[in-house]
Design a binder for this molecule. Structure first.
Ligand code: FES
Ligand SMILES: [Fe+2]
Length: 366
């Protein structure tokens, strides 16, 4: 499991006045908002009697354990022990680098020295006024994170699994071939359906005069960010719907799945936002259900390797990248508990920006 990356921990909306408990990359964490407004993420275990700190309360910038009242700041340092003046060195818990961007709270589960907000994914459309970016969905998935990554790296499934909503005629898969490009650690897929009709859901959101060209594009960034763009266009109009997917491992067999949607049409239409949220949730639940069904077969399938098809070119490329990054992280791990002391070489920020720029200009999704 890759650790030296930013993962989405929760949404901004999830963080109220109460602390939030979550397991991320096999680590129990508590997430809370300090009085300064900054998010804080600590290991969710009080060093005194191992009570979950998430049962406690936030007081200013510190979190107070519900059991005997020890208080910890955002660095995990104990700052108060009731009826005791001396704070022993062990009164400290691990803290994790945290960031807030795009309506999401991010965690860096690996080496804190490598955490750099410049490495957060670049999603400029989520901050531009010509887009409505209100919808963020969350799903808890009883299936390993890889299953959802694989799902999004092979969007041919849209023709079948989502046939009744955003699907398309599966015969087109032969006529409109998939283009796959690998650029550094980024894998991109694109399929353009020329002279076609709108999917039922797309038509309901914004009907265009047919025939249209439909572009389906995805950019995958390790370990679990997939920017998908669905574009419907004719000579007069061009309608983009983006779905940015964030896959965060919970345990080896479960994950947290977030989808943030942005659209550049009918952006002030609150009723459309509601319907789009409802419709997209149904589509994403189909993905969740298939991932959970695949996971449920594990007792029988064990380590049987998947069978690679032509459509799996992007999946295979992504697996190779993850394997390479995992090897690099493992080699850099010198071994102090969970904290790798070295870490993978950083992905140059310029390379990531370049990729995002491409996505912004062309990119389409499901
Ligand atoms: S268990 Fe937290 S203060 Fe005792
Ligand atoms: Fe899907």
């Amino acid at each position: 499991m890759l650790k030296n990356f930013w993962y989405v921990a929760c949404t901004t909306a999830d963080l109220h006045d109460k602390p939030l408990a979550r397991v991320i990359c096999n680590e129990p964490v508590v997430i809370y908002r300090q009085a300064t407004g900054q998010p804080a993420i600590l290991r969710n275990v009080c060093p005194h009697r191992q009570a979950p700190l998430s049962m406690g309360s936030v007081r200013g910038n510190v979190i107070r354990c519900v059991y005997h009242g020890m208080e910890f700041d955002a660095r995990g340092q104990c700052v108060h022990i009731p009826s005791q003046d001396v704070i022993p060195p062990r009164a400290h818990i691990r803290s994790f680098p945290a960031a807030e961007r795009y309506g999401l709270i991010w965690i860096w589960p690996g080496d804190p020295q490598l955490a750099d907000e410049a490495l957060l994914p670049k999603l400029p459309w989520r901050e531009q006024p010509e887009w409505n970016s209100e919808i963020i969905q969350y799903f808890h998935v009883k299936g390993e994170a890889r299953l959802m990554n694989d799902n999004l790296l092979d969007l041919s499934h849209v023709a079948f699994l989502h046939a009744n909503s955003i699907g398309f005629d599966s015969n087109r898969l032969d006529d409109d071939p998939l283009q796959v490009t690998v650029d550094g650690d980024t894998v991109s897929t694109q399929r353009v359906f020329k002279n076609t009709v709108q999917a039922p859901a797309h038509k309901a959101w914004r009907e265009l005069k047919e025939p249209i060209d439909r572009t389906q594009q995805a950019q995958w960034h390790p370990p679990g960010v997939v920017n998908v763009l669905a574009r419907n266009e004719n000579e007069e109009d061009c309608v983009d719907l983006r779905a940015d997917h964030f896959i965060t491992p919970e345990t080896d067999g479960t994950h947290h799945y977030f989808v943030a949607m942005s659209r550049n049409f009918r952006i002030d239409d609150a009723e459309l936002t509601r319907k789009l949220d409802e419709g997209a949730r149904k589509v994403h639940m189909e993905d969740v259900e298939i991932a959970e069904a695949q996971q449920s077969m594990r007792p029988w399938t064990g380590s049987t390797p998947d069978m690679a098809l032509k459509a799996d070119k992007a999946v295979t490329a992504a697996h190779r990248i993850v394997q390479r990054l995992e090897t690099a992280e493992a080699q850099a791990f010198i071994g102090h508990g969970d904290v790798p002391l070295g870490g993978r070489p950083r992905i140059p920020v310029s390379a990531r920006s370049e990729v995002s720029g491409n996505a912004q200009n062309g990119a389409p999704a499901k």
